[in-house]
Design a protein around this ligand. Sequence first.
Ligand code: NAD
Length: 302
Amino acid sequence: MSKTVAFIGLGNMGGGMAANLVKAGFKVNAFDLMEANLKAAADAGCTPVDCSKRAVEGADYVVSMLPNGAIVEAVYIGAEGSEALLDVIPKTALVLDCSTVAPANSRRVGAEAEKRGIQFVDAPVSGGVAAAAAGTLAFMVGGSEANFEASKPVLEAMGANIFRAGDVGAGQVAKICNNMLLAIHMAGTAEALQLGIDNGLDPKVLSDIMLKSSGCNWSLEKYNPVPGVMEGVPASNNYQGGFMVDLMLKDLGLAQEAAIGSRSSIPMGSNARNLFNLHKNGTEDKGGKDFSSIIELYAKGL
Ligand code: NAD
């Protein structure tokens, strides 16, 4: 009999991930606060439900893909007046939170799950919306060896690369390090491309040159920030539908917190956070745009 997954949070990432679980043969009970996202999930073969409590009924796995740690804690542990989802999740279920949150959020939810005899892993992802839709995400898992093994059937349906980073919270540490580096190379790529444009180069030609030279990096290969250079990326879609500036700012804030906690120096990460913050707070709020729109901070008249 097919296993049941409760999927909570069907946004840019969760929508594609839930659809891939359906394709892999899971029964997926889907919940989101936004009606349009519930409708898209139903079109992809999920069973839409009207609350998270109903979604977890009879679930073998619970997967969440939510915006931030405050929301993840409110859903699982309960905010003022709201019920803790952990109180109604079946004891036999494995909970996988794939959202990017602070390691402390994951550890708190993990400890509350443990108190109730429920197994928990943090499993943040890398790869973006295209990889979520294609089922080729990278997962960075924090949890026991046994729970890591138990999470594989679900994660393999949504991803191509699955790593155990350590115990609960360690997946988030890996994700924070990765996204700080992503912000740095996206800002650097935008800076270099704009310098070329300002000095008369065609950004497509410059991109082709750097792709075969030592400046090559993921932002250039998969996510060119200049409109029209690459098809199917947010830059060629008015910076819609990718990874929002607000979410990147959240991750860079998490990197700052982690660095303060470990007394690490992250000058490039701090600069990246300031650049994305300046970009967000420009003449209009750019927090809802894809993060590759950072090139607008450098551009003279894009
Ligand atoms: P999103 O805003 O598109 O989706 C979040 C969804 O959660 C929304 O549909 C929202 O309605 C829903 N939601 C919010 N509160 C809820 C609640 N209480 N109950 C049910 N649903 C609720 O964001 P996204 O881009 O899909 O990102 C989700 C997570 O994945 C974030 O933590 C982000 O940092 C991480 N992430 C995103 C990307 C990316 O490229 N977009 C890549 C890697 C990781």
